[in-house]
Ligand binder design. Structure first.
Ligand code: FMN
Length: 319
């Protein structure tokens, strides 16, 4: 049996012809996306199709001004989505359990699989595709523009269009470097050197380290995205210890935090000398935040909620 060439020879396409994709082809791609496997059959994803040119232009800008986002016939955004699940449960009188970490894990997986199936179907039909992780540069702003409700988070963008280029396949790490048998094999230094040699052709300079550094080293783009992602994740209700309403209340006051620890760190960096948690009157959480001249108290079901109340009390006018 042979694996089809469009899979083994595929490459991302970043130049598109100004031709639309017939609606029946778009429908076929979306049908393939929907046929992707999904955890427990719950389909914890949605796919947002961007049609409005102004919105597309703004998204292209937020993604770092990538031209192919503007030029591709279609721009899709697969979304991790537990909002619909929550509504489905509520519709029949049930409520969603409290499992923000696993919810995010499986919703991201469902969205990535649906997106991957869409992309592969498009490539099978002869279209070009490119994933746009640049959309995560300002995922908070993207979520706002798309009017995403709590429980929904974009995973990436995906351009699809008629290719104006036919790039050849790009290098990959040696198979033995990415495939392990039975146990995870740690890497010898020589194998790491071999990895750099294998990936060298991916850049004009022949030095893969330059690319890795730009994205993943200290001061790289991933670090810059992390706080923004934390905020968007908390606003979407996927933080471990900062419920979405608390994250929103803090955000409205200029305190952007993805977790309780980040919120505390912000306060301590902004002239608050103490953040003191204790058990509240009714077994709930209580917190005092203090400066030289003032102190504010908050109470709530969780420490995150209590802290949001105290911050609301400290900054009453800006909400
Ligand atoms: C999650 C994800 C995000 C990506 N983000 C971008 C992007 O913002 N812009 C872009 O031009 N390519 C992007 N790419 C494409 C990768 O650069 C590309 O897949 C990789 O270099 C391998 O090349 P190939 O797809 O041609 O084999 C992304 C790919 C993935 C999977």
């Amino acid at each position: 049996m042979e694996v089809p060439k469009f899979l083994t020879q595929r490459a991302s396409v970043r130049a598109y012809r100004p031709e639309p994709i017939p609606e029946e082809d778009v429908a076929a791609m979306l049908a393939a996306a929907q046929q992707a496997p999904t955890d427990a059959g719950a389909q914890l994803y949605s796919i947002l199709r961007v049609r409005d040119p102004e919105l597309r232009a703004r998204l292209a800008e937020l993604s770092g001004g990538q031209r192919h986002v503007l030029e591709a016939a279609e721009f899709f955004i697969p979304l991790a989505d537990v909002y619909r699940l929550k509504r489905l449960l509520a519709h029949r009188g049930e409520s969603l359990g409290n499992f923000p970490r696993t919810a995010l894990h499986f919703a991201l997986l469902d969205a990535a699989l649906a997106g991957a199936h869409l992309a592969v179907a498009a490539e099978a039909m002869g279209y070009g595709i490119c994933w746009i992780g640049g959309l995560l540069n300002r995922v908070d702003e993207v979520a706002r523009l798309l009017e995403l409700p709590e429980g929904v988070l974009p995973i990436s963008g995906l351009t699809v269009g008629v290719p104006a280029e036919r790039p050849g396949p790009r290098p990959r790490l040696p198979r033995a470097t990415v495939v392990h048998t039975d146990h995870y094999r740690r890497y010898a230094e020589e194998e790491l050197e071999e990895a750099y040699r294998a990936m060298a052709p991916i850049t004009r300079s022949g030095d893969w380290l330059k690319v890795l550094k730009r994205y993943f080293a200290k001061g790289g783009t991933m670090e810059a995205r992390d706080a923004v992602y934390g905020l968007a994740k908390a606003l979407a209700g996927f933080s471990d210890d900062l419920p979405a309403p608390a994250a929103r209340a803090l955000h409205l006051r200029g305190l952007d935090a993805g977790s309780l620890a980040e919120a505390i760190a912000w306060l301590l960096e902004h002239e608050w000398r103490g953040v003191l948690f204790s058990e509240g009157t009714f077994g709930e959480s209580e917190v005092w935040i203090e400066q030289e001249t003032e102190a504010h108290r908050g109470e709530g079901k969780t420490p995150g909620e209590a802290l949001a109340r105290a911050v609301e009390a400290a900054y009453p006018s800006e909400g």
